[in-house]
Design a binder for this molecule. Structure first.
Ligand code: HEM
Length: 393
């Protein structure tokens, strides 16, 4: 347990560190990767370049510090981040390394203001926060590997099929290279795909939602081909252009907490934009198979019809439902965007709503739902990339 004095020092220095938050974490990452370049096999370089990860880590360490005397309050956040860490294969031995470079960065940026007392208090606090993460992540690893067909860290998979779904989205069907069975997963979960791209110095990792209901035979991911000049797009371009049936990728076990609750049978609405449709496909297929009596609404927006994947699949799934509503809008073909009025007309506002898409899309959709009067607890969402602070009402 931390002493009251340590807690007081940590809490009183949070505002100072917040002011220097980005400088500290930028220094931290620079020094960390200089000393441990092997960690570049784990971190997303594109996020580093944009500074997104810097903010995510800084904000979370400070948020955890504010609750240092009651860490239970931030367990839900730790769990969500833990899912991402586990999907990337983060290990307990990584934590002291991160801690060491974080403390050194605090010292470097604050200079004389960082007294030994302050540094020691933060070292202790970081230890407590790290232990919370390590404990929760170990539980997640054990849960993943003790499932039938489960495993820890990465495993070789073979691409067994590659299917074009729209002008920019292609599905990849993946099976374990060792022929083993696959674990089940919750609709909405994602996997990390790790690839070794010729010419790249480090391995690259990306998370992709599983885009079909669990069937124990193969995983399906549906990948949007990004712009070739966007560093964020390297893995998607590699998958689209260079990887084909028979090629190998490494895959981690399904993770993530943006999942459809199968215990409920209240109406459910899926609202997605662009490639945000992928977790919705897994959820829709699961509801259709296991709860066809449940009222379902599926609202989707793409720029054009050519960019709309799974249209026929959704239509056939709708036919198996007793009460299915399907509405699509093509913004560049005169339909405009999903407005509050469209949501009021097509969504089931007496149940849960799941939202997935680009950040601007999600902000607009969630704010519409809040305006209409939906309770926050009934709105579920996930964005790709580090948890950004959405600008919500
Ligand atoms: C992602 C916090 C320790 C590697 C994240 C995110 C947060 C975070 C907030 C974003 C989550 C999201 O995308 O939804 C923390 C905190 C830590 C910690 C507070 C210490 C207590 C570590 C360690 C490693 C690590 C020890 C491994 C060396 C990563 C990676 C990502 C990530 C690779 C994915 C994002 C990217 O690649 O840029 N972490 N983390 N983290 N974390 Fe940590």
């Amino acid at each position: 347990m931390l002493s009251q004095k340590t807690i007081d020092i940590v809490k009183s220095t949070v505002p100072v560190l917040e002011v220097h938050g980005v400088a500290i974490t930028t220094t931290f990452y620079r020094n960390l990767f200089e000393a441990h370049p092997e960690l570049l096999n784990i971190f997303n370089h594109a996020n580093q370049e944009k500074g997104r990860q810097q903010n995510a880590l800084a904000n979370t360490v400070y948020a955890a510090a504010v609750h240092i005397d009651n860490l239970a309050a931030i367990i839900p956040v730790v769990k969500q981040i833990g899912q991402k860490h586990v999907s990337l294969g983060i290990k307990p031995e990584h934590y002291p390394i991160v801690g060491q470079y974080l403390l050194e960065a605090i010292k470097e940026v604050l200079g004389d203001a960082a007294t030994d007392e302050i540094i020691n208090a933060w070292a202790e606090a970081y230890g407590v926060i790290a232990d919370a993460f390590i404990g929760i992540e170990e539980e997640m690893y054990v849960a993943a590997e003790t499932q039938e067909g489960g495993w820890r860290f990465f495993k070789d998979f073979i691409i067994i099929d590659k299917v074009k779904e729209s002008n920019n989205i292609t599905s990849f069907y993946l099976q374990p290279a060792d022929g083993s069975v696959l674990p089940s997963y919750e609709p909405g979960q994602y996997i990390t795909v790790r690839v070794n791209i010729p010419g790249e110095q480090y391995l690259l990792n990306r998370q992709y939602s599983l885009s079909q209901a669990a069937d124990l035979k193969s995983f399906r991911i549906s990948v949007k081909k990004d712009d070739e000049n966007n560093p964020e797009g390297k893995v998607s371009v590699h998958l689209h252009q260079n990887l084909n049936i028979g090629d190998k990728v490494e895959v981690s076990a399904p993770a993530g907490e943006f999942t459809l609750s199968k215990e409920r049978n209240t109406p459910v609405t899926f609202i997605s934009g662009g490639v945000g449709i992928t977790p919705m496909m897994s959820m829709l297929e699961t509801v259709t198979k296991s709860q066809p009596e449940r009222a379902v609404s599926f609202i989707y927006s793409a720029r054009t019809k050519n960019l709309h994947p799974f249209d026929q699949d959704i239509r056939s799934l709708m036919e198996s439902l007793e009460n299915g509503t399907y509405k699509t809008l093509y913004s560049e073909e005169g339909d405009g965007y999903i407005t509050k009025e469209i949501i009021q007309e097509y969504a089931h506002l007496d149940g849960d709503v799941y939202v997935c898409g680009p950040v601007g899309f999600m902000e607009a959709m969630i704010n519409h739902l809040l305006d209409i009067g939906l309770a926050k607890d009934n709105i579920h969402y996930e964005f790709f990339g580090p948890a950004l602070n959405l600008n919500l009402k």
